[in-house]
Design a protein around this ligand. Structure first.
Ligand code: NAD
Ligand code: UFG
Length: 341
């Protein structure tokens, strides 16, 4: 059985769905601080079977000990965490407590229970302002410019240390680039509870009339059109990468780092233009100053994951945007039906 912390969230829910599709037993632990119970219903509908679900906190050691004792868990995918970069600057202690404290407690409980296989949701943010593109796993980690990024790097360091101390550990640090999109059914996607920070969720709210315009943060970067370039990856490709990592970890020990990206970067304006093409909806833009802490470019070298995991992202930017727009439209429809009743 696989325990997924944060499995009601955007990434964890897609990982749960892929694991269920492969007939794995799944137990989700989530405190629902940034997700809703309805995600579990949606996973169940799509998978045709229910994952186990426990509402609780990954920092709760007693709860973890009980779960690891009472369920036949042999691996953990650790997605639980807070992820809003701007918020982390204002509430650093909450971010360190959750992201570092949660990872520490999880590792302690796993070690005690004798469960040593762990896949961790890390981030390309740990590379900091890396100036060689594409970024491969041997690039040095940088100095993240915000507490969120720092908390990911600290959690990675804890995992590196525990793995060095005991050869039974087998850990995959998955450094995600920019996950976007939704399940092609339109039933599962990202549902930000507050004002979205990320480009695509914000753009979708503009497209659906919930916001007036999209702010483009900086058009004076040294890129082809002056806007920032990122490696956007379809959420289903990303989720499948976790299954490949779990499989590979059965044959490996120590810490393994894998970038999960496509290897191709798109600028903000390229992404907006592609979205307009796939949706037929024009997006109003306002150009603003650069967002503090943003890097100019960030895209992956995905070769190590291809060689060691046999995994490559296969879905195009158009797929990502089509699926995201389908999800946004289905969300709005659900809201209209709820309001009409
Ligand atoms: P999300 O907010 O949708 O999902 C995180 C889930 O964890 C939520 O359901 C939340 O309720 C839960 N959670 C948070 N703290 C918890 C705790 N202490 N105990 C139990 N549950 C808790 O975010 P996501 O996009 O699915 O991200 C998943 C992970 O991937 C996070 O750790 C995030 O930092 C990392 N990550 C995300 C991105 C991205 O762009 N989405 C990029 C790089 C890394
Ligand atoms: N952007 C805008 N307008 C917006 C939002 C973003 O122009 O309203 C721009 C940003 O300046 C950047 C690009 O769109 O150039 C992408 O920004 P996102 O906020 O979508 O993503 P980031 O690359 O800043 O960060 C994301 C996650 C981090 C993760 C990182 C890994 O938020 O958690 O990807 O690469 F660490």
């Amino acid at each position: 059985m696989i325990l997924i912390t944060g499995g009601a969230g955007y990434i964890g829910a897609h990982v749960a769905l892929e694991l269920l599709a492969r007939n794995e037993d799944v137990l989700i632990l989530d405190n629902l601080c940034n997700s809703q119970r309805s995600a579990i219903e949606r996973i169940s509908t799509l998978a045709g079977q229910r994952p186990g679900f426990i509402q609780g906190d990954v920092r709760n050691r007693r709860l973890l000990d009980t779960l690891l004792r009472d369920y036949p868990i042999d691996a953990v995918v650790h997605c639980a965490g807070l992820k809003a970069v701007g918020e982390s600057v204002h509430e650093p202690l909450r971010y360190y407590d959750n992201n570092v404290g949660g990872s520490l407690t999880l590792c302690q409980a796993m070690a005690q229970a004798g469960v040593f296989t762990l896949v961790f949701s890390s981030s390309a943010t740990v590379y900091g302002d890396c100036c060689t593109m594409p970024i491969n796993e041997s690039c040095a980690t940088g100095q993240p410019t915000n507490p969120y990024g720092m908390s990911k790097l600290m959690a990675e360091n804890i995992m590196q240390s525990v793995a060095s101390s005991d050869p039974r550990w087998s850990i995959g640090l998955l450094r995600y680039f920019n996950p976007i999109g939704a399940h092609p059914s339109g039933l599962l996607g990202e549902a930000p509870l507050n004002m979205p920070n990320n480009l695509l969720p914000f753009l979708l709210q503009v497209a659906s009339g919930q916001r007036e315009y999209l702010s483009v943060f900086g058009n004076d970067y040294p890129t082809a059109d002056g806007t920032g370039v990122r490696d956007y990856i379809h959420i289903v490709d990303l989720a499948q990468g976790h299954l490949c990592a779990l499989d590979a970890l059965r044959e490996r020990s120590g810490v393994n780092i894998w970038n999960l990206g496509t290897g191709r970067g798109y600028s903000v304006l390229e992404l907006v233009k592609s979205f307009e093409q796939v949706s037929g909806v024009p997006i109003a833009l306002q150009f603003k100053a650069r967002r503090p802490g943003d890097v100019t470019c960030c895209w992956a070298d995905p070769q190590k994951a291809a060689d060691e995991l046999g995994w490559r992202a296969s879905r195009s930017l158009q797929d990502m945007l089509t699926d995201a727009w389908r999800w946004q439209c289905s969300q709005l429809e659900t809201e209209w039906i709820r309001e009409a009743n």
